[in-house]
Write a protein that binds this ligand. Structure first.
Ligand SMILES: O=C(O)CCC(=O)C(=O)O
Ligand SMILES: [Fe+2]
Length: 642
């Protein structure tokens, strides 16, 4: 198997660990077991060669990653002498601390090993510290996405969109309080329906003055009785003294914590060439994107004012990622970042209504809606139509990275705890395989399917490193791999299963590519079993187990409401336990403390069989419905994979 380089063997645990006053052998067996488990987890998450048995100037600190909510300032506040850099790989539960020399690292470790960061860590959780290779640690952060770290430092203006500027402390605390009270009074006022609940966007409400912006139609409707409130006009006069015409349209966007706005360019047809957005209450990360240019991620602190003119306004898309916590570059010099929890944010966006005798002539054809007409209303209901003001921001690979891979990596332990029982017909398929058969499980999750038949030569893989770690802890031969690119030779396996995987791929091409990849590594005549989630969760009058799950209590607010859309992707967010209404959805995974959205493509009857048949690589033995899933049993034929 060529996969051997991808397996997850951990380096041997060294006999002495940094910061431990006693040799490892003198710790209690429980402590030794815990340290050993952490060592293996860290080795598999960071790469098995990162850990070092010898002292180095670099520490890997487990349980102190961004994923655990530990920011740079939590670590810097400990006053670690000799610390030069903090490296926090995205979404991981470890970080690296780089020191001047190994002695400083060892000294710092004495304070960190098995200690609890007061207030920042849950009870019972402690830090585990290991030496790491500094060069490999630095490479880790380089391969993660630095754009996700928001910054107010616009010093490197060469990468910034022309026409963008950010003013900090643009309004005083007293003004902020006055403006917030003004917006809240509007939201509370019962006399006029100014607070428009925008059905497409989660946790975002809007109030308009001067002109109402009709979302989905890209049209302004004058509000002659609602000029800009004097307190707002005063702020606008101060911050936009040179605007001509004067800002005559104001939208207050009210975001509950975690809310955002999908990537879009403000309508050229409706609005003039300058936009001013003042942040009140809480800050947020603000992304600017343009194809072929590096993404810019700004931190908009409360009371700051963002001005977008020229290219920054006309061509670059802007977006507020919908999430609870932003990564914000720390003010210190050690290169790390902090986690900043979002609160309720109100933005005041000042714009100019475009005069009909001065149409936009920007010439940026792909983003300008001037010639498309301002009233190009779609016949779809708002929940079904893609808002014209917003455009899809995520390509399929990024969608899967954010809404599948990173979710499984962070929910792995909870997910694994809820996955025990083997589905009877999967178990029956496995029971039929002859002993000694070389079997591949693609997307094995916690490996539950492979535990029953230890007489098979079962090899399991998953895209999620964290789930691979669970399998490794169950002594399953596991490697981390992407179903679209298996690091395996052609025609190796006697049998294969792929359970609940293909529905996480976001285009038909990618689902077909995964099926071809499965065929490529299977030998002719290999039996294959595939399960995917079905759109139809009810069959012959019987509801699936998923539909029968008890309703989650916090859903009450959504009941009877139109489909809720995720602002970032434009995809519908599924109400757990309800029927599926569209093929591509985000489905919440809920734990006591968190909600994560996973992308699903729900298959309709016949779709999976068709996909397999279209590949030309299998003989279809049986297609069936099993408790909310569509399933196929196949035999690999001997056609080569193109
Ligand atoms: O909330 C913000 O700062 C941005 C709002 C926005 O982009 C819009 O209303 O078009
Ligand atoms: Fe906007």
């Amino acid at each position: 198997l060529q996969a051997s380089h991808q397996t997850v063997p951990a380096p041997p645990l060294p006999q002495c660990l940094p910061g431990l006053q006693c040799p490892l052998a003198q710790l209690s067996p429980r402590q030794r077991r815990k340290i050993s488990r952490k060592w293996h987890q860290a080795a598999s998450a960071a790469g098995s060669t990162v850990l070092s048995a010898e002292p180095t100037a670099c520490l890997l600190v487990a349980n102190a990653g961004l994923h655990n909510g530990i920011g740079e300032s939590n670590l810097v506040s400990l006053g670690l002498p000799g610390l030069i850099r903090v490296i926090q790989p995205a979404g991981q539960s470890h970080c690296f601390l780089l020191f001047h020399d190994a002695a400083s690292a060892e000294e710092a470790a004495a304070g960190l090993q098995l200690h609890q960061l007061a207030d920042s860590m849950p009870a019972g959780s402690v830090l585990y510290v290991f030496f790491a290779d500094p060069e490999l640690a630095v490479k880790q952060v380089q391969s993660s996405d630095p754009n996700e770290v928001a910054t107010t430092n616009l010093a490197d203006s060469s990468a910034l969109p022309p026409g963008l500027s950010l003013t900090l402390d643009a309004v005083s605390l007293a003004e902020e309080a006055e403006l917030l009270a003004l917006v809240d009074a509007e939201l509370d006022s019962g006399d006029r329906d100014v607070a428009i609940a925008d059905g497409r966007l989660r946790n975002r409400r809007v109030v308009h003055w001067g002109h109402e912006f009709l979302y989905g139609r890209n049209r302004l409707a004058p509000l002659p009785d609602r000029p800009l409130p004097p307190a707002c006009a005063t702020v606008a006069d101060r911050l936009t003294p040179a605007w001509l015409p004067r800002p005559d349209q104001l939208t207050a966007n009210v975001y509950e914590p975690g809310g955002g706005i999908a990537a879009h360019v403000d309508s050229h047809a409706a609005f003039g060439d300058s936009i001013l957005s003042v942040s009140l209450g809480s800050g947020c990360a603000f992304r600017l994107t343009r194809p072929g240019r590096p993404t810019i991620c700004l931190a908009l602190p409360p009371r700051s004012a963002l001005l977008l003119t020229g290219e920054a306004r006309l061509v670059w898309r802007h977006e507020i990622p919908a999430r609870q916590v932003d990564l914000v570059a720390s003010a210190s010099s050690s290169g790390g970042c902090d986690l900043v929890k979002r609160g309720r944010r109100v933005s005041l966006t000042f714009r100019q209504a475009r005069q009909s005798n001065q149409p936009c002539r920007c010439g940026f054809g792909d983003v300008c809606d001037e010639d498309r007409g301002v009233d190009g209303a779609s016949s779809l209901s708002p929940a079904e139509s893609q808002p014209t003001q917003q455009q899809q921001a995520l390509d399929p690979a990024s969608l899967e990275r954010e809404f599948v891979h990173s979710v499984y990596d962070s929910i792995a332990d909870h997910f694994s705890d809820t996955r025990h029982s083997r589905w009877p017909r999967v178990a029956a398929f496995l029971a039929d395989l002859p002993p000694g058969c070389l079997l591949l499980d693609i997307g094995c999750g916690n490996g539950k399917n492979m535990l029953a038949r230890r007489d098979l030569l079962a090899i399991v893989c998953d895209r999620s490193v964290a789930l691979c770690t669970v399998c490794a802890s169950r002594s399953l031969p596991v490697f981390q791999a992407d179903a679209l690119q298996l690091p395996l030779r052609n025609a190796v396996f006697d049998a294969a299963v792929c359970i609940a995987v293909l529905h996480h791929l976001s285009t038909r091409e990618r689902r077909l590519a995964a099926i071809k990849e499965l065929a490529r590594v299977s030998r002719p005549n290999a039996p294959i079993l595939i399960y995917v989630w079905a759109m139809e969760q009810r069959r012959n009058g019987k509801a699936s187990a998923y539909l029968k799950k008890p309703e989650e209590s916090d859903d009450a607010g959504q009941r009877g409401e139109q489909l809720v859309r995720d602002a970032r992707t434009g995809l519908g967010v599924h109400r757990p336990g309800s029927e599926f209404k569209s093929a591509d959805m985000l489905v919440p995974w809920r734990s006591r403390s968190d909600e994560r959205l996973r992308f699903y493509h729900l298959f309709v009857e016949g779709e999976l069989d068709q996909l397999c048949t279209d590949s030309g690589l299998f003989q279809l033995i049986e297609a069936y419905y099993d408790n909310g899933n569509w399933c196929v049993r196949l035999l690999r034929n001997d056609a080569p994979v193109s």
